[in-house]
Design a protein around this ligand. Structure first.
Ligand code: PMP
Length: 360
């Protein structure tokens, strides 16, 4: 067996230790005589799995008691609709558009009320985070929305926007658990788990209790109402049991690594190896404003599409997978989530150096 260094933006690399553990438990989970894929979501065994997963996540993120944790399906994209359906009491919301995913959320919200684009970085291909210290936040905005880490463009909010007292809603799909967060600053933090946490097929929503009400937009389906899932502790219908189990294992792995402070340190160290190389390279360059660089997604280009393609091809042959940039940007992108070992980034940089020498 040989594993590659997988730089995919998602689904993405998972900790090898977690995969091995899951493999060992595949046929008989803790003496139950069955796999977690085969057991009832109402069983005692599964109740322990979901309970422990939530407790470990609460511990890792220091989630205050007045927030609920929901394990839902429909991916991050379903939240683009679920958020306005549940939160737009005044039918007004403000969006900061810093990439394709924020734009999609903004466009979806327009179906349900007045969605205002109060800031954007589209003028420079989303290569920076706009100044959000004094934005024209709407008087009657039900919330202000951001995508905290922009997977495609590789930018990250280093300071949260000044929402002028309005509820902050954040999509953290591509920076989930990569560093500590102050949950109390948000009304909702949510993210698809397939980048930094587990397999595809689930979104985790951390939501302040006062935002969970029956007073949702008319016609909101039962399944798209936060209260349904909050009341049923994420077991209103059959959840993605195996995904919850895998995420639970990753939470335990993160605790073993020293928690989110330690992950931040590790992620900063990893990202610096790549960014430092890009900053002095005569062939490659990063594509975003330095101050706004993401620790998780690192886009870079040579400036020559043919050379980019040659690099991606040769990198693949050398065991570095999924380095092709998003179709809307081109070039390359290395996603270096929590589970990417530092050796992966070191070896990638060595490979880039060699490619540069051979092709300059
Ligand atoms: N938000 C962000 C920041 C993403 O990167 C993605 C997926 N690439 C999505 C939302 C959409 O996620 P999903 O496919 O789970 O709907």
């Amino acid at each position: 067996m040989s594993r590659v260094y997988n730089f995919s933006a998602g689904p993405a690399v998972l900790p090898e230790e977690v995969l091995k553990e899951a493999a060992a438990e595949m046929l008989d989970y803790k003496g139950s005589g069955m796999s977690v894929m085969e057991m009832s979501h109402r069983s005692k065994v599964f109740d322990d799995i979901i309970g422990e997963a939530e407790a470990d996540l609460r511990d890792l993120m220091k989630i205050p008691d007045n927030y609920k944790v929901l394990f839902l399906q429909g991916g991050a994209s379903q939240q683009f609709a679920m958020i306005p359906m549940n939160l737009m009491k005044n039918k007004v919301a403000d969006y900061i558009v810093t990439g394709q995913w924020a734009k999609k959320a903004y466009q979806e919200a327009q179906k349900y009320g007045k969605a205002n684009k109060i800031a954007s970085s589209e003028d420079k291909t989303f290569s920076y985070i706009p100044d959000c210290s004094d934005l024209p936040v709407s008087e009657d905005a039900d919330y202000v929305y951001i995508c905290e880490n922009n997977t495609i463009y590789g930018t990250k909010f280093k300071t949260l926007p000044n929402t002028k007292g309005k509820t902050l809603v954040a999509d953290v799909s591509s920076c989930f658990l990569s560093e500590p967060v102050d949950v109390s600053k948000y009304g909702i933090i949510y993210g698809g788990v397939q980048k930094n946490i587990g397999p595809a097929g689930m979104v985790i929503v951390i939501i302040r209790e006062d935002l969970i009400t029956e007073d949702v937009l008319e016609g909101t389906p039962t399944m798209l109402t936060y209260k349904t899932h909050s009341d049923a502790k994420s077991l209103y219908n059959t959840p993605n049991c195996y995904c919850i189990y895998m995420c639970g294992k990753v939470f335990k792995w993160l605790k073993k690594q020293g928690g989110l402070e330690a992950m931040k340190e590790y992620n900063e160290k990893k990202a610096a190896i790549l960014y430092d190389f890009l900053d002095q390279s005569r062939m490659f360059r990063g594509t975003v404003e330095k101050a706004d660089r993401s620790l998780m997604n690192v886009p870079f280009v040579t400036g020559d599409a043919e050379l980019d393609a040659k690099f991606v091809k040769e990198a693949k042959a050398a065991g570095f997978e999924n380095l092709k940039g998003h179709r809307s940007v081109g070039g390359m992108r290395a996603s270096i989530y929590n589970a990417m070992p530092i050796e992966g980034v070191q070896k990638l940089v060595e490979f880039m150096k060699k490619f540069e020498e051979e092709n300059l």
